[in-house]
Design a protein around this ligand. Structure first.
Ligand SMILES: Nc1nc2c(ncn2[C@@H]2O[C@H](COP(=O)(O)OP(=O)(O)O)[C@@H](O)[C@H]2O)c(=O)[nH]1
Ligand SMILES: [Mg+2]
Length: 355
């Protein structure tokens, strides 16, 4: 899963990512895209690690891209932002980072500290970038549809669809809100529209505003919002576990923001995890909710999908409650599921297959 952190300059993207990974942040003002792999915290894996003591413990990962800040305050910034947008059209989702912290030594974008306004500006720029893309595409298709080419029927259908998207964007609706079928999605997928991507928001609040919720609902209705203080989180990340617990208790924090961050990414993308266990490896596999046992098998290996016989399945909670596999079987809670079984979060699966 690939996630891009996008925000105005100095909103705290690099600090947040460094707090989450515990690694040094990208240099301030860097114009490169930095990639960081974030392991998915999952206490189920920790427990299974104790039970199976495998050679390898493999958590899910989120691949985070730390982008240079985008600025729309002048033409130079706009051009750079456009170019950057072009490079992130294949990521799975966006994390929009907005600044709510005051800090006199960090210049404020457009001389304001206003997360709702910043968020609105970012979203408007996404709409505009997509509108440009749609318009260029429409111009090309309009020239093409009158030629008797092999793709004429297809081109006509696409033109109609692009006109619908254009209308939506002009009335400030994201493309995700007007796509109605898998078929439409297939047609526009190669264009990589920004407003088709799921997104979440991280609002970076000041050190003394941790417990003052910031209302961004109007600026981003229906969007997952994570509120954190990058500065504090990065300090937490540098501590040993014991001092971290103490510091967190002092601040009234229940968990490090990295947990909420990753969970929110999963939620935004509709991901769940199934698990595989054994002496060799205990591992979490991210899949989209609704995935069948057959497709889940294919995530591990195409051979397992091809030769699929049964998915021997138990729920993590049953295993934890009953202590070991033998007890799970004795309690009749080990199931043999077929290809069409819809995998549930926390299913521990052993695929039986034959190739
Ligand atoms: N006071 C305060 N400063 C912060 C906070 N988050 C980031 N900063 C500072 O803001 C500056 C920009 O942060 P950075 O993470 O490099 O922003 P980026 O440009 O979005 O990657 C740095 O000097 C950070 O130390 C915060 O929560 N509180
Ligand atoms: Mg940065």
């Amino acid at each position: 899963m690939k996630v891009a952190l996008i925000g105005l300059p100095q909103s705290g993207k690099s600090t947040i990512l460094s707090a989450i990974t515990g690694k040094a942040p990208a240099m301030m003002g860097s114009t490169e895209i930095h990639e960081q792999i974030v392991p998915v915290p999952d206490e189920r894996l920790d427990w299974l690690n104790g039970l199976y003591q495998p050679n390898k413990l493999v958590p899910g990962t989120v691949d985070c891209l730390d982008l240079p800040g985008v600025s729309f305050a002048d033409e130079h910034g706009r051009a750079a932002a456009r170019k950057l947008f072009g490079n992130i059209r294949t990521v799975d989702m966006f994390v929009l980072v907005v600044r709510a912290f005051a800090n006199d030594s960090v210049p404020a974008y457009r001389e304001r500290i206003d997360p709702a306004k910043d968020l609105e500006e970012l979203r408007t720029e996404f709409l505009l970038a997509d509108l440009e893309l749609v318009t260029t595409r429409i111009e090309r298709l309009e020239k093409q549809v009158n030629k008797p080419t092999k793709t004429q029927t297809q081109d006509k259908a696409e033109l109609e669809l692009q006109l619908k998207l254009q209308k939506a964007l002009e009335s400030e609706q994201p493309i995700s809100s007007v796509i109605q079928s898998e078929h439409e999605l297939e047609i526009i997928k190669p264009l990589g529209f920004l407003t088709l991507r799921p997104m979440m928001v991280v609002v970076n609040v000041g050190e003394n505003a941790l417990d003052k919720p910031i209302d961004l609902f109007k600026a981003a209705p229906g969007v997952e919002i994570v509120q954190l203080c990058a500065k504090i989180e990065s300090e937490l990340a540098g501590l040993d576990p014991e001092s971290r617990q103490e510091f967190m208790a002092d601040l009234g924090l229940k968990e490090p923001a990295s947990i909420k961050f990753v969970q929110s990414c999963y939620k935004t993308l509709g991901l769940i995890s199934f698990l595989t266990v054994g002496k060799d490896e205990v591992r979490a596999w991210p899949i989209t909710a609704g995935t069948t046992a057959l497709d889940a098998a294919g995530k591990i290996h195409s051979d397992i999908k091809r030769g699929f016989i049964r998915a021997e399945t138990m729920a993590y909670n049953d295993l934890k409650q009953l202590g070991d596999e033998k007890n799970v079987k004795a309690a009749g809670k080990m199931r043999l599921e077929g290809k069409a079984y819809v995998v549930q979060d926390g299913d521990i699966i052993n695929f039986r297959f034959n190739v």
